[in-house]
Design a protein around this ligand. Structure first.
Ligand code: HEC
Length: 135
């Protein structure tokens, strides 16, 4: 009786041929899940980029350099890094007005006005837009 030989069956070879595909799908699903659950942490490259970035306006760049930059270009300061989008995503969802108000009034270890005594509300807003923008 050769009945078992004529029946189509999944051979070990076909399983091996398929597994890299499924492995890839599973990995992609897993990394998507991880990306959802853990906010991306900034690395040395993100910090180096934050140190390079300046607002286009020279007047604003001057205020940024002497106030916001001290904290917002250093990972160690625990402030959302300038130009590092993942750190700003959840904050932006609160709305730009809330962010500007919190910068004005201070938040956590950020002093009122972000240490910029002569920044107007409009300047703070422009600074927040610059810092939160994905450069
Ligand atoms: C002394 C350090 C320091 C300085 C200077 C500073 N910040 Fe911050 N900033 C922080 C920290 C820390 C946070 C996170 C606060 C928290 O979520 O508890 C923060 C958060 C923010 C946020 C997010 C607020 C929110 O509602 O989530 C904005 C906007 C902001 N800073 C803008 C500025 C601007 C604009 C300047 C400059 C004018 C500035 N910061 C200067 C430390 C600083």
């Amino acid at each position: 009786m050769t009945k078992t030989q004529s029946r189509p069956s999944i051979s070990p070879q076909s399983i091996t041929a398929f597994s890299p595909f499924w492995c890839g799908v599973t990995l992609a699903a897993l990394s998507a899940l991880t990306a959802c659950q853990q906010p991306a942490e900034p690395g040395p490259q993100d910090e180096a980029r934050a140190e390079q970035l300046r607002p286009q306006s020279a007047a604003l760049a001057e205020k940024y350099e002497r106030s916001c930059m001290v904290c917002h270009s250093r990972i160690a300061a625990n402030a959302p890094l300038t130009g590092f989008a993942p750190a700003w995503k959840a904050r932006l969802e609160k709305g730009m007005e809330t962010l500007v108000r919190n910068a004005q009034q201070g938040l956590g270890s950020m002093p009122p006005g972000g240490q910029c005594a002569d920044c107007t509300t409009e300047e703070l807003r422009a600074l927040v837009v610059f810092m939160a923008h994905d450069h």
